[in-house]
Design a protein around this ligand. Structure first.
Ligand code: PGA
Length: 255
């Protein structure tokens, strides 16, 4: 059985004080990391503070990093520095980065490779727009995103990878994909991975759903066969909600 994961994506929210307050109220309450991966992805300047106070069971992630090792890339963040700070995860290819910061399938693939070089676990985001869904092309579009993102990766790397299926029309809109819609898209992602890698690899990959996940809908999403957890924006800003979500993941395991 795959270990469930709840990853909070704070986006461009929280001052240092607010981030510390959150960490102090959840770091001793999240479930044992042997059973659930509880992760918070924060803005870069607070990562060090959060890692220092993450406690035994919470883990910290970044929201982006550059694909090059170092150089004249003003304002960018390197994988080497994230590794140095003991950050464990990095979100790659979030739809907001693809839309506002011109990330392409090619740079996403380069970033995934770079994350592995520095022992960071990528949380690779894919997902379709409303227009694509309405045309009935969701699986076609997401299949292409997955194939491009995984190019050149080895079996052991893909096994470690976390994928987040986030339909763009469900992000921050309050409009969640139905659990069945989310599960169907996630099953397709797993099938695509099955065609590309040795047996056993796709069984190991955790695939999360993201898009307006909250305490009220997490149980129904996690009840689906292929949904291994959630990447959560808005609801992860609130410590109480975040704890409800990680507890729901623990319950999934116990069912
Ligand atoms: P949301 O964001 O939960 O606020 O919809 C999800 C995400 O963008 O990762």
């Amino acid at each position: 059985m795959r270990k469930p994961m709840i990853a909070g994506n704070w986006k461009m929210h929280k001052t240092r004080d607010e981030a510390l307050q959150f960490i102090y109220s959840v770091n001793v309450k999240v479930p044992n990391k042997e059973y659930v991966d509880s992760v918070v992805c924060a803005q870069a300047p607070v990562l060090r503070d959060l890692v220092k106070r993450q406690g035994e069971h919470l883990r910290i992630g970044a929201q982006n990093m550059h694909q090059e090792t170092e150089g004249a890339y003003t304002g960018e963040l390197s994988a080497a520095l994230l590794e140095d700070l003991n950050v464990d995860y990095v979100i790659i290819g979030h739809s907001e980065r693809r839309e506002y910061f011109n990330e392409t399938d090619e740079t996403v693939n380069q970033k995934v490779h770079q994350a592995f070089r520095y022992e960071l676990t990528p949380i690779l985001c894919v997902g379709e727009s409303l227009e694509i869904r309405e045309k009935g092309d969701t699986n076609l579009f997401v299949t292409k995103q997955i194939k491009e993102a995984l190019k050149g990766l080895k079996d052991e790397q893909v096994k470690e990878l976390v994928v987040a299926y986030e339909p763009i029309w469900a992000i921050g809109t309050g409009k969640t994909a139905t659990p069945e819609e989310a599960n169907e898209a996630i099953k397709n992602i797993r099938e695509v991975i099955t065609t590309l890698y040795d047996a056993g690899v796709s069984d190991n990959v955790r695939i999360l759903y993201g898009g307006s996940v909250k305490p009220a809908n997490i149980d129904d999403l996690l009840a689906q066969s292929d949904i291994d957890g959630a990447l959560v924006g808005g609801a992860s800003l609130n410590a109480k909600d975040f704890l409800t979500l990680v507890d729901a993941a623990l319950n999934k395991l116990q069912k």
